[in-house]
Design a protein around this ligand. Sequence first.
Ligand SMILES: Cc1cc2nc3c(=O)[nH]c(=O)nc-3n(C[C@H](O)[C@H](O)[C@H](O)COP(=O)(O)OP(=O)(O)OC[C@H]3O[C@@H](n4cnc5c(N)ncnc54)[C@H](O)[C@@H]3O)c2cc1C
Length: 385
Amino acid sequence: MSTRAELSLFSETPPAEGDDVLAERRSIRAFLARASESGLFRPEVDTWLSCHSPDFTRALGAAGFIGMTWPVTYGGRNASVSQRLAVIEELLVAGAPVAAHWFADRQIGPSLLRHGTEEQRQAFLPSMARGELYFCIGMSEPDSGSDLGSVRTSAIQVDGGWRVNGSKTWTSHGDRAHHMLALVRTGQPGQAHKEALTQVIIDMSSPGVTVRPIRMLDGREHFCEVFFDDIFVPDTRVLGRPGSGWAQVLGELGFERSGPERFLSTFPLVAGLSASGASSDYLRTNAGELIARLVVLRAMTARVNTRLGDAAAPGVAAAVVKDLGTAWELDSLDLAAVWLDEAEHNEDLGRLYREAQAHSPAFTLRGGATEVMRDIIARGWEPTR
Ligand SMILES: Cc1cc2nc3c(=O)[nH]c(=O)nc-3n(C[C@H](O)[C@H](O)[C@H](O)COP(=O)(O)OP(=O)(O)OC[C@H]3O[C@@H](n4cnc5c(N)ncnc54)[C@H](O)[C@@H]3O)c2cc1C
């Protein structure tokens, strides 16, 4: 898809929500009300990355809200991408703890459906949809973040599989995931990354895997360093064909960067503050501006959402959503600080603000830094790195 075609997506009017989508919204809202009443969660911010609740995820899976667009044979229910979008919006807006299944639902499942073997789909998708099996993402390494093409973790072919050595870092929930979808180097030294990288599914309980959590500013430990010491990965756990890892990862990044989690991380805080009323003209004007931008972001993400299944990933459009969305999150925190000073509020909102503030340095970095998003937008999604 050309850059021009991608960006023209944003000039199309988003489809009105049909009866099926509205019914889905009612259904997930009812589920969330019951889950909240029964004490299964209390609203938090930045939940898609930070709030990991196996109980909540299992209940959500049992209710049919994970892997909902996947075929019935793999545990899904053939729902439309618009129905799924409505559900994930509602989960984020409610501040529900969705981190355990987020990667599986967002990108690992679609990757398995697109590139996986029948055996791999059967092995992973149904238990992912039930909310019982979690994946982590093994892309970044100590010297390879934005420069993903330079990953050094290597996989050498041996009888029946591959020996993997190296390390990954910033691996969200690496200590809680059952498997990692890892990008590894299988090509010869000097071979271009477009042919030299491969995606493998690593069982995190394999002998030789060591996971060390990294402590964040707020004391939580949500991401990890992961080390591979000569671990064995069978041939059956290569995703796609050896050497196709770079192209597959580019497709995944479209899913990763364009969703509403790129602008709704702080929403439970903003919604709580709006409910407490805006006392000054400054607050009213700036809150109005934030809401107007949010309407535009929702329309943009809805448009990209319709094209995520395409063979050519909408990488530029996804980068635009991520850049504008994460800027919104930071601006919402600036306004929240003024709001908390000026308006009456309960202690819960103060707590949400402190949480969001502690996580905010990551907003524009995770999933690709802002400067890199702008580079992609300027150059038209043909990353050479
Ligand atoms: C909360 C959090 C969770 C994460 N979870 C995961 C995960 O689960 N799995 C995973 O694989 N990774 C994960 N990451 C890693 C994340 O994807 C990387 O941090 C990100 O891609 C940036 O890479 P880096 O940290 O190596 O920074 P670098 O790439 O070193 O960038 C550092 C700075 O240099 C700038 N820069 C780099 N290249 C350019 C350029 N070409 N032009 C201009 N400026 C440039 C960047 O904008 C940035 O400001 C996570 C990160 C965070 C913060």
